[in-house]
Design a protein. Structure first.
Length: 339
């Protein structure tokens, strides 16, 4: 006897909806394809993304970066701002990449959730695509996983991976940094995607104003376009992306032994969101500088004679800059000192 009852999807009963996955792919195709140029072979939907490097480079070095958004995801969920986290994801990868002079080529994302919500997920992926486009980087592919029972309630997580390229002779690795060179700090948009476990802990005990919350949830600045122009027009000796570890731990990563970064703390002011965090969290200056970017998202090291030109280039990209210090000889263990 034949049953007229519609068969039950066993995967759906287990909490995974294949149709919603297909719906998501359909809704993001246009945004993803908008990041592609003639170097991308094929399109969305294949088993792998294909990218043609071409003959532009004589001795190309491929550069890979991966990162996530961390617990900023949880804060963004609590304030209905998850659509902004796509830019955070891209920025945390491509901003690392440009510090060695590489241009981003393509990006891949991984989105995992307890339950797939096509509309909200599509907003995140479209944010990723938009950030890729601003960084001249193809969104080559990605993966979406629905994992009921692994992620609690409506929790999700994001991860990203980016590949770029630079001519071997054009690599920026800090080897040419010398005493007398100047540290030019480029403003951040806020805490970017670092320190949010502490931020959330402070927010549990202290109510923030709307303006403070807005600053805490701003997406991470995308630095590739301005930085790539800067390195074409000036002789950048080294760069540090100020992420987890703040100025204290990130600047020394590009310094040779025997060099110290001498930072003048009066050269810029902590933005109001950082002042609020410091006051409410009762955090010392030294801890602030080791945990947060404190308003400086990227540091470029150049000769003094090129600072004015660099400032004009970055100003044209609507980025404020600060001469935050200089390089000197020294044998400090941490290779950084504050005045």
């Amino acid at each position: 006897m034949t049953s007229k009852t519609k068969p039950t999807d066993p995967y759906a009963k287990a909490g995974v909806n294949i149709e919603k996955g297909n719906e998501l792919v359909d809704s993001i195709k246009r945004s993803v394809n908008a990041t592609h140029d003639r170097r991308v072979l094929g399109g969305i939907g294949g088993f792998a993304g294909l990218f043609q490097l071409g003959s532009k480079y004589k001795n190309p070095v491929l550069v890979g970066c991966t990162d996530g958004v961390g617990t900023k995801v949880a804060l963004s969920q609590a304030h209905n701002k998850t659509h902004l986290t796509g830019q955070d994801l891209v920025a945390m990868c491509v901003n690392d990449m440009v510090t060695c002079g590489a241009e981003p080529l393509f990006f891949l994302d991984y989105f995992a959730a307890s339950k797939l919500e096509p509309k909200s997920t599509a907003k995140i992926v479209k944010g990723i695509a938009n950030a890729c486009k601003k960084s001249n980087c193809a969104l080559l592919g990605g993966e979406t996983a629905e994992m009921p029972g692994h992620y609690a309630k409506n929790n999700f997580d994001l991860a990203g991976f980016s590949v770029g390229v630079v001519e071997k002779n054009d690599l920026i690795d800090g080897k040419d940094i010398k005493p007398g060179h100047v540290l030019l700090g480029i403003e951040s948009s806020g805490p970017h995607s670092n320190g949010y476990s502490l931020i959330r802990s402070i927010l549990k005990k202290n109510k923030a104003s709307e303006s403070i919350m807005r600053d805490l949830l701003k997406p991470t600045h995308l630095y590739p376009a301005p930085i790539l122009e800067l390195i074409k027009k000036t002789n950048v000796k080294g760069m540090a992306h100020i992420t987890g570890g703040g100025l204290t731990e990130n600047i020394p990563r590009i310094l040779k032994n025997g060099l110290v970064a001498n930072i003048d703390l009066s050269s810029w002011k902590f933005p109001k969101a950082f002042k609020w965090l410091q006051e409410k969290g009762k955090i010392s200056d030294s801890d602030m500088l080791r945990i947060f970017n404190c308003g400086i998202g990227m540091v470029c090291i150049l000769e003094k004679t090129e600072i004015l030109k660099a400032k004009k280039i970055l100003s044209a990209h609507k980025l404020r800059t600060f001469e935050i210090g200089s390089i000197m000889k020294g044998d400090l263990k941490e290779q950084i000192q504050y005045n």
